[in-house]
Every structure is written in structure tokens, then in C-alpha cells.
Design a protein around this ligand. Structure first.
Ligand code: ADP
Ligand code: ADP
Ligand code: MG
Length: 495
């Protein structure tokens, strides 16, 4: 296959911008697609061409295969990068592209179908002796069956939707008498959220860590891993802070979990970049396969930082039919990387979305600091999409230095007009349990209450209010004055 000269990015926000950056470096022209809500978005400005695809609701724009395909044809893009979310793990889309002769920068529809269904995935990896969470690898048919299996596994038990994703479709059951109702609810939630009511059981490992392995595979029989990421700090079963490498694995464990991950990729004839997720039990250092995400992951930059590999470049090369340019032995871990996700959410209000205008927006700069974002000062954050606006990634020689550098960089990340997860991230990264690596996915539940933010100084909310008041005052009195600048209140008050 000849190299691509034009790629359409079927996504928005930071990930669309991030993919375009590599395309540019490779001399490949880019096509953006955008909804009504994204007319002035950063990814639209960044692209060489942009195609309008309809109303704000993603079901009428970013998720409409016909519109995306028409945009690719109209602009002559030979390939589509789907980013994450939206159509990225949609096997039907992958199939459609094949029929249309457009290359999807991602795995085959067959790989997506196997791994998109958690039960199918467990069945597929069995042949490779991958450790699985005690539980069922089939859908629960009746309450009686669930109960007898549940007693065997032992409580607490997690009921999971086979088609679940994005932290949705999970329910913990602590005692037998809660089981019947929980099962019924889980099934009906799965039906309405994913159009499939298949649920299965897993032992719930309450105090656990999330460890995942980045894999990279080509179409010439090469299956590699680029080490692990730890993504244990979560809210609503969704990651907020990630790091690479994990602070708990020994080199021998790292090699072993990496080999398992590569086998999971083999089990579905994987091609391109993917992530194999495991749950790790610090009590006995055991770990179990959870699922494979058949796309580029939000937190891929921490892997790029420690490995020196541009994952998007490799995705593109693999999709062009090239062989991976390195072997497992060529890959080495260099230093430590930490990523904090900047969500337009208020940590003090249960991490609920806090949408609005970015009255002030300035990113930290410096060696080893990378900000992947999709917004600029003055932009409105649309209510229609995922509220993640940016990721800040820091690379340093070791974990302690990465922690200090991240704390400092957070202080220099100025956002006014909305609340974000940054202040929560500062609290978490500065916490003893994070520093001493004892933290588990229960971190938020165990240690976080909104009052811990108060000791950090004024809330960004106060600051936003102050900024907007100042802004409108100055606009009213001095129409030519620039947007307000200055350090955020909580930054000034840092002690
Ligand atoms: P990652 O898995 O890349 O670490 P997330 O779990 O936050 O990060 O998911 C990445 C994106 O994909 C998010 O925008 C998330 O909302 C979305 N996503 C993934 N799977 C689903 C799903 N089944 N339903 C809804 N959203 C999903
Ligand atoms: P999703 O498709 O929504 O990402 P995952 O199976 O990857 O679903 O699980 C998401 C998160 O839920 C994990 O990172 C972990 O924090 C928690 N989780 C999943 N399975 C278990 C389990 N068996 N025990 C404890 N926590 C779990
Ligand atoms: Mg997952």
C-alpha cells in the first residue's frame, strides 16, 4: 500500500488535535469534521480542510457513519483515524470502511467484535492461559444461576455488562439479599445503555489497582508491548490520573504481564495500537485480565513519554502496511511519566460537569511538560460531549521528580470560568498514599472530601466569578482592554 497523503480524523477535541500533530510531522494532509457546536473549535482550525457534519448531538454528527464516509470521499482522504470514543470501536464502521475502500487506522472489525464484548473476550483469551477474575465467562440467564455462582465466587461480587465501557454498566453487590434486585437493575441498565442486557459476574476486588499494557502489532506477525500504565486513581470507574511505569511491578512481573498482554492481542489477531487492561490485587500481587480496548487510549502519552515512541505515527505506519521498525528488545523505559486529565467537572460537587466559557486559559510550559488540549481561551465548552478538555503530561527522571514537577505545573495551569479536575489532581498527587504507592481505586472514596480543596485556597469557582466580574466590568468601561490575565487565586494562595 502506498503511503497516505491525506487522513480524515473522525473525532474532536484534544485527540483530534493530537492526531493532526503527528500527521503534520509526517507530511500528511488532514481533514477535520465538525458539528454545529464545534464550528470554531481548535481541531477545525488546525486541520488543512474541515467538513461540516451536522447538529451538535453526536448521534446526528460524529456518530453518523454515512456523513463521515461522505466527508472522506469528498476530500479524497485515503484513511480515517477514529481517535477514541465515538466510532473508534465500532466494528460496523470498520466493515463499512473496508467496503468503501477507505483504510481505518485501527484493528480489523473481527478484532473489535471479539474485544468489544467482555464475554467474547474472556472466551477468546482462554486458550492463552490468561489469568481471569474468578467469575463467569458467560451471560447470566437466571437469578438462581447467579445466586449459586455468586455463592461459589464469594461476596462482594461485581455485576458487569458485557457490552459496557467508559466505566458504565457495573454494579457491586455486597450481600446475598441485595443480589436479586441488583441483577435485575444491572440487566435493565445494560439494555437501555448498550442495547444488550448480557451481564456476567466477577469477584469484586475492592482494594485493587488498575494496570494496563500498551500493545502494538503490525500485519507481519509482530506483536510487541510498550510496558504498562497504572490508572488507579478513578472516579465513577473512570480514570483521572495515570502514570507509566506502574510503581508496583517488579521487572519480572512487568515482563510477565507484558507477555500476557501480547497473547491477548494474538488471541484476536490484533493490528495497530491497543490496550490490555488488568486488575491488580496488591494483597497477593495477583492480576487478572479485564478487557482490551481496541483503539488509542486517552492516556497513551505517558507511554510515549517513557518509551520515546509516537504511537499515532506507528498506528499510521501499520495501517499503511509497514512492519514495526523495532523489536521488543529495542524498547526501554526511560524515566517516569504522569498524566492528569483536565475535565470540566467540579470535584467539590461530585465531579459533575461544569460547562461554560474558558474565560482564562494558559497552559504550563517547560521541559518535559506536554499539554494535549482541544480548547483555547474564550471558547465555550459544549455540553454535548465528554467534558475532558485537556491532559497534562509530565516526564521526569523518576517518580518523585515527576510528582514535584506535576504539582508545579498544575500551579501554572491557569483556567478561569469553569471548575476542573486539576485541583483534585493536585490533592491526589500530593497525598501520602499516592506518594508511597499504597493507593487503590478506592482513593477518592477513602481520602477525598470537598473540604480538602478549601485548604488549597480559594476555589477556582470564586476565581472564575472574580474573573468574569472583572472581565465584564472592564469590557463595559474599556471596550478595547484585553481579557484579564493574572495568576489564579488558588495559585497565588499556594503555601
Ligand atoms: P480510556 O479507556 O481511553 O482510558 P475512558 O475510559 O475515559 O478512557 O474512555 C475513553 C473515551 O471513550 C471516553 O470519552 C469515554 O466516554 C468513551 N467510551 C468508551 N467506551 C464507551 C462506552 N461503551 N460508552 C460510552 N462511552 C464510552
Ligand atoms: P470499562 O469497559 O468500563 O472500562 P473495565 O472492566 O475496564 O470496564 O473496568 C473499569 C474499572 O472498574 C476498572 O479500572 C476498575 O477500577 C473497576 N473494576 C473492574 N472490574 C473490577 C473487579 N472485578 N473488581 C474491582 N474493580 C473492578
Ligand atoms: Mg476499561
Amino acid at each position: 500500500m502506498s503511503p497516505f497523503s491525506k487522513i480524515l480524523i473522525a473525532n474532536r477535541g484534544e485527540i483530534a488535535c493530537r492526531v493532526m500533530r503527528t500527521c503534520r510531522e509526517m507530511g500528511i494532509a488532514t481533514v477535520a469534521v465538525f458539528s454545529e457546536a464545534d464550528r470554531n473549535a481548535k481541531h477545525v482550525k488546525m486541520a488543512d480542510e474541515a467538513v461540516f457534519i451536522g447538529p451538535p448531538a453526536s448521534a446526528q454528527s460524529y456518530l453518523v457513519m454515512d456523513k463521515i464516509i461522505a466527508a472522506a470521499k469528498e476530500t479524497g482522504a485515503q484513511a480515517i483515524h477514529p481517535g477514541y470514543g465515538f466510532l473508534s470501536e465500532n466494528a460496523q464502521f470498520a466493515r463499512r470502511l473496508k467496503e468503501e475502500g477507505i483504510t481505518l487506522i485501527g484493528p480489523s472489525p473481527e478484532s473489535m467484535e471479539i474485544m468489544g464484548d467482555k464475554i467474547k473476550a474472556k472466551k477468546a483469551v482462554k486458550a492463552f492461559d490468561i489469568p481471569l477474575v474468578p467469575g463467569t465467562d458467560y451471560a447470566i440467564a437466571s437469578y438462581e444461576e447467579a445466586l449459586s455462582k455468586g455463592r461459589e465466587i464469594g461476596f462482594p461480587i461485581l455485576i458487569k455488562a458485557s457490552a459496557g465501557g467508559g466505566g458504565k454498566g457495573m454494579r457491586v453487590v455486597w450481600k446475598e439479599d441485595e443480589f436479586a434486585e441488583a441483577l435485575q437493575r444491572a440487566q435493565s441498565e445494560a439494555r437501555s445503555a448498550f442495547g444488550d442486557d448480557s451481564v456476567f459476574l466477577e469477584k469484586y476486588i475492592a482494594e485493587s489497582k488498575h494496570i494496563e499494557v500498551q500493545v502494538l502489532c503490525d500485519n507481519h506477525g509482530n506483536y510487541l508491548h510498550l510496558f504498562e500504565r497504572e490508572c488507579t486513581i478513578q472516579r465513577r470507574h473512570q480514570k483521572v490520573i495515570e502514570e507509566a511505569p506502574s510503581s508496583v511491578l517488579t521487572p519480572a512481573e512487568r515482563a510477565e504481564i507484558g507477555a500476557h498482554a501480547v497473547n491477548v492481542a494474538r488471541a484476536c489477531d490484533y493490528s495497530g495500537a491497543g490496550t490490555v487492561e488488568f486488575i491488580y490485587d496488591p494483597a497477593d500481587r495477583s492480576y487478572y485480565f479485564l478487557e482490551m480496548n481496541t483503539r488509542l487510549q486517552v492516556e497513551h502519552p505517558v507511554t510515549e513519554m517513557i518509551s520515546g515512541v509516537d504511537l499515532v505515527r506507528q498506528q499510521i505506519l501499520v495501517a499503511q502496511g509497514e512492519a514495526l521498525p523495532f523489536t521488543q528488545d529495542d524498547l526501554k523505559i526511560n524515566g517516569h511519566a504522569l498524566e492528569v486529565r483536565v475535565y470540566a467537572e467540579d470535584p467539590a460537587n461530585n465531579f459533575l460537569p461544569d460547562i461554560g466559557r474558558l474565560i482564562e486559559y494558559r497552559i504550563p510550559e517547560g521541559e518535559g511538560i506536554r499539554v494535549d488540549d482541544g480548547f483555547e481561551r474564550g471558547m465555550d465548552i459544549p455540553v454535548y460531549y465528554d467534558p475532558m478538555i485537556a491532559k497534562m503530561v509530565v516526564h521526569a527522571a523518576d517518580r518523585d521528580q515527576a510528582i514535584e514537577k506535576t504539582l508545579d505545573a498544575i500551579d501554572n495551569y491557569i483556567i478561569g470560568g469553569i471548575e476542573t479536575t486539576l485541583r483534585f489532581c493536585k490533592f491526589a498527587i500530593d497525598h501520602e498514599a499516592f506518594r508511597d504507592t499504597s493507593f487503590t481505586t478506592k482513593f477518592v472514596e477513602k481520602y477525598f472530601t470537598p473540604d480538602v480543596l478549601r485548604t488549597q485556597g480559594n476555589t477556582a469557582m470564586d476565581e472564575a466569578a472574580a474573573l468574569s466580574a472583572g472581565y465584564f466590568f472592564r469590557r463595559a468601561t474599556q471596550p478595547e482592554s484585553p481579557l484579564p490575565v493574572g495568576k489564579s487565586a488558588w495559585q497565588i494562595k499556594r503555601t
